[in-house]
Write a protein that binds this ligand. Structure first.
Ligand code: CP3
Length: 364
């Protein structure tokens, strides 16, 4: 059965460009989507949030709202993928931790892990269908409502990044508390990282069973650890995730992307873990990545701040980016997410230029 026939009762696909790019197949132009394509920079997002008087996690936990928010950018822009509206912090919530999203500040854990004994407070048994059923329902609903227009991406935070928040209790530039805990309690940290890994594997498998057609794993805080700590506390778990998810799904396996922000020091290692796509942040060189990671599809990586430039600046930057990556084995994206004060019209220029210029490059 091909992707263009009905899949498990879902509508047939009209655009599978991103899936083909991820699998290393030929594409007629570069597919494009952007991290945080749903969000506060869109007036329709702010309106829906206000109308429903909904805080962030209420929107995430209400499948109809999560579905609508996922579809908003797809209606506005010619994107090649949707990403389910959710958050990486739903896993700590499933483990019994309280997480609040404070506007202007970000996530806050009122009762973070500070001592090894705090880990005993986490739920020993997690029934993912029960605790995160709303994510799976949102995925199934969205897959139906997308009507095969573009593939739907599911995602999870990686173990180290989730541990960062669970210990630090809030966003941080350095995650000093998390790194201190790691170095003082390496054994306990390893056990916790393994527990998170097992949970993430099941969570991702269930997202695919619910209808997700591609998966992205976010290791957003690889930048606060160096090569040695990364190879000890991140890489082995990232490898287990891709291996076990693909093993469990067998012939239903979907392409998987790893985005390890700041892990410029480990692009080669990341490309050898089994992920189909390695996503680059904007500090990384496309040319160097092609050399050290020749076997994978690359995703990225315009500096999100580039979208503050003029329309002409954006067209210039996109062409430059496309010339460096080429149009094959490539998924165009930003190097990180959209900012709340970005102008949607600038994103439209980013996307349109990727369409037109990558088509022109292919004709040559
Ligand atoms: O459109 C999409 O990309 C899908 C939705 C999505 C969100 N968060 C929605 C969101 C995805 C894929 C995420 C992942 C996520 N969440 C990551 C990994 C990606 C990255 O940014 O590195 C991380 C680290 C988180 C944790 C998180 N959630 C933080 C640190 C914050 C606060 C920062 C901010 O942008 O305000 C959030 C909040 C969040 N997640 C918002 C959205 C739309 C803003 C919520 C609001 O205030 O309305």
């Amino acid at each position: 059965m091909t992707d263009f026939e009905t899949q498990n009762g879902f509508p047939p696909m009209k655009n599978d460009l991103i899936l083909r790019a991820a699998r290393g197949e030929t594409t007629e132009r570069a597919p494009v989507w952007v991290m945080r394509q749903a969000g506060r920079y869109l007036p329709e997002f702010r309106k829906l949030k206000e109308e429903n008087n909904a805080d962030f996690f209420k929107m995430v936990q209400t499948p109809e709202l999560a579905c609508e928010l996922t579809l908003q950018p797809i209606r506005r822009f010619p994107l090649d993928a949707a990403i389910i509206f959710s958050d990486i912090l739903v896993i700590p919530q499933a483990l019994g931790m309280t997480v609040q999203m404070i506007p202007g500040k970000g996530p806050v854990f009122p009762d973070p892990i500070r001592e090894p004994s705090d880990i005993e407070k986490l739920k020993q048994e997690v029934d993912l269908q029960k605790s995160l059923g709303y994510v799976f329902r949102a995925i199934t609903l969205t897959r139906v409502k997308l009507e095969g227009k573009v593939p739907l991406i599911g995602f999870s935070g990686a173990p180290w990044t989730l541990l960062c928040y669970m210990i630090e209790g809030e966003s941080s530039k350095t995650f000093n508390k998390a790194r201190k805990f790691l170095h003082q309690h390496l054994e306990v940290s390893s056990q916790l990282l393994q527990r998170m890994t097992d949970l993430i594997i099941d969570y991702l498998v269930l997202q695919v069973r619910a209808g997700a057609q591609m998966l992205q794993v976010f290791e957003s805080h690889a930048e606060v650890i160096g090569y040695d700590t990364f190879t000890l506390c991140s890489l082995p778990y990232l490898r287990q995730i891709v291996e076990k998810v693909k093993e469990k799904l067998g012939s239903d396996a979907v392409p998987m992307t790893i985005f390890a922000k700041g892990a410029h020091y480990a692009i080669k290692e990341l490309s050898q873990t089994g992920y189909d796509v390695v996503s680059l942040d904007w500090t990384m060189s496309a040319k160097d990545a092609r050399i050290v990671a020749p076997t994978v599809t690359l995703q990225g990586n315009l500096d999100p701040a580039g979208l503050y430039g003029s329309h002409e600046d954006i067209r210039y930057a996109v062409k430059n980016m496309l010339r460096k990556f080429g149009t094959q084995r490539y998924i165009a994206n930003l190097g990180h997410g959209m900012h709340p004060d970005h102008d949607p019209e600038k994103l439209a220029t980013f996307i349109d230029t990727i369409h037109s210029y990558s088509e022109t490059m292919n004709e040559r």
